[in-house]
Write a protein that binds this ligand. Sequence first.
Ligand code: ADP
Ligand code: ZN
Length: 608
Amino acid sequence: MQTAVSTSSLDVLNRVFGYSAFRGEQEAIINQVISGQDALVLMPTGGGKSLCYQIPSIVRAGTGIVVSPLIALMHNQVTALKLQGVAVAFLNSSLSFQEVQAVEGQLMRGELDLLYVAPERLCQERTLNLLHQIDVALFAIDEAHCVSQWGHDFRPEYIQLSILHEQFPQVPRIALTATADESTRKEISLRLDLGAADLFISSFDRPNIRYRVQQKNNARAQLLQFINSEHPQDAGIVYCLSRKKVDETAAWLAEQGIKALPYHAGLSANVRQLHQERFLREDEIVIVATVAFGMGIDKPDVRYVAHMDLPKSIEAYYQETGRAGRDGLPADAWMVYGLQDVIMLRQMLSSSEAIEEVKRLEQRKLEAMLGFCEIISCRRASLLGYFGEQPEPRCGNCDNCLEPVESWEGTTEAQKALSCVFRTGQRFGVNYLIDVLRGKLTPRIEQFRHNEVSTFAIGQELTEVQWRSVFRQLMARGLLAVDMDGYGSLKLTEDSRPILRGEETVHFRKDIVRAKKAPRRKKTSTVYSSYSDHSEEKKIWEALRTKRTELAQEQGVPAYIIFHDATLMEMVEHHPVSLHELSQISGVGASKLEKYGDEFLEVLMAME
Ligand code: ADP
Ligand code: ZN
């Protein structure tokens, strides 16, 4: 399409992408790049990073070169842009020699607005030579945190990208990432030689995501209840810590009639590919996965991310939950957490063979994660505060805001628990200690003659469940440590002393045993799941969705590439009856209007 230089960015936003206004910092970033300056962009997942380089590539003369680390991701973006009428291609190892030649021809003839390139391909002599012969509009470095050697997405090829600045000093560069922490940001700036670039940091808040943490009692049943009652027909991701648990959970959900598929590094590449494709293309797939699943999943309509185990850090948690609701519609981050999680993670840490410094860092991250689980104040405020922001104290869209948690003064109970650990020799796990406190005469207790210690039967005022809650919270706060022995024996810590001596008081969170039914969402955030069963709206919604699936299958692309849920919802709401009215719907650009307008209008007219 190669548009004229005079095209304004707002015009491109309206005409090509079908959106009416820029979001947040988009406009400032786009202007910066169009004017030929460098930019480093930190924006949360779903914030709208892609447009920040796509629009300048279209507006500026020449071709925008986009470096992207994952072939699957590249493929999807290119497919989506083509449907929007943008002249775009990609170069990576999945192409045949003939295909490469064809793309290179287009590039040389100046026919492309955008070219997506794998980093290793870009740094080849051959590619660089080509680029020297054409007009390069800009270099965009997507997922720029891949240059960070300390991050888990490190890609050695990314380090070489510093040559772009050396070889093309006059071409503006824009580096983008959703990784928020300071050290990664500095590393990007240093390695890509972006010290002089303007920094654009957006708030990392994801207001459409509702954060909830439930006490684990029967994790699977809780998960099923959550899915069935809140997301029966939605796409979701369920994270588990181990491969074995992934397999078991996926199989169990499937038995319960949920379309669940496993994903982890132990499965063959073919199976992984197949499951990922189905997740992207079909509407209702639930992926049960280890952390191996994630980067490059840009499916916009993932309605929830569920954690069956505790993530290792807040950074990991935030990144994983951030995969929900990229389209801005309401989504859930839901987690179950319990005593066993604390014991297991504490054990993993103490038996870790990492060097002291790394261990201490891991330890701190885990403490922050545990703190997040146990807080009784706003979860979002705690998350954003962790990333250095100063948020409102109450968000109104997390469990603690929606259903305030009570606390209780438990100094005496804490003392009983701690002295029981001491009196029994710091050699026993939670279950045993609770039996001693509650005065249960088990053979083991008799064998060790712990029915004779002073803490035997002094804790009958609390139930077993309540004691487990006390022990969990003591551990989460570092008032009890888990021994390295692998049996989960508990030991006192330095911090336990002031409590035993009565110098400090302790307050505990009152666990909500059974969460009340999730409050209904506000009308302003209508989701299709709130259309009532036999309503007109629901019928139209389903007819539109069927049409979308039909087109997607015909063309072999993910359904969301045709139109996002948000776009279909607007169609339900405004019920356009002409091409002109349809073109006013957000997400309907000129090219899609031409390709799909008639077919969707037909569906809408038939429903009148
Ligand atoms: P990121 O790469 O930051 O995770 P994307 O670029 O994929 O985010 O954008 C997230 C979603 O928001 C996409 O579905 C995109 O089409 C949509 N979007 C981006 N900018 C706008 C805008 N100005 N108006 C409406 N929707 C937008
Ligand atoms: Zn809140």
